[in-house]
Write a protein that binds this ligand. Structure first.
Ligand SMILES: [Fe+2]
Length: 181
């Protein structure tokens, strides 16, 4: 994980309140569903783990498909206008906000098996680290971060996942982008 500094000044406290109050699009293994509760299959080629055997386990049965992993906010349902000031051009890439309530999890995975133009993932927690907010990146537990910290990893290759075993909701902005603006 490469650290790019802290941008907490760009995050409006009322955005966090509104994300906590509103419900996002719930995602399950390996489906997400839209606001009208239609489930969409997630492209399973994007869940590459270590090898075909792990991939098979991953897709078939290792995780209960009825569990809720997180809620997502993106252009479809964000309840405010996302304006990141000096980081605005960053939002040219794909971006989405992950809201992870206590008990929710994202199994270890790689984002994509194919190298493409936007091959970095920027990870920006909006909530301060709190005990139980686990994020694992390439075997390392990333903790003691602060709201607004901006990190980057290689989304093609890096194995990562998260779980919330704390008592408060975690909110993270993710951006898929080639480089910093
Ligand atoms: Fe990911």
């Amino acid at each position: 994980m490469k650290y790019y500094g802290n941008y907490k000044k760009l995050i409006k406290p009322e955005w966090i309140d509104s994300l906590l109050e509103n419900k996002g699009i719930e995602i399950s293994p390996w489906k997400d569903h839209d606001e009208s509760n239609n489930y969409n299959e997630i492209d399973l080629n994007q869940t590459l783990v270590n090898d075909e055997k792990e991939q098979e386990l991953y897709i078939n049965g290792a995780y209960d498909e009825n569990l809720i992993m997180a809620e997502i906010f993106d252009q479809r349902n964000i309840p405010f206008k996302l304006d990141l000031g000096e980081l605005n051009s960053f939002l040219r890439g794909d971006w989405w906000i992950v809201k992870q309530k206590p008990g929710q999890f994202m199994p270890l995975h790689r984002d994509t098996p194919n190298i493409h133009d936007n091959n970095f993932r920027f990870w920006m927690p909006w909530t301060d680290y709190s005990q139980g907010h686990v994020f694992i990146h390439e075997g390392e537990f990333i903790k003691n971060y602060s709201s607004g910290d901006l990190y980057r990893y290689n989304q093609d290759n890096d194995l990562h996942g998260s779980v919330n075993i704390g008592l408060t909701t975690r909110i993270v902005l993710q951006i898929s982008q080639k480089e910093l603006p």
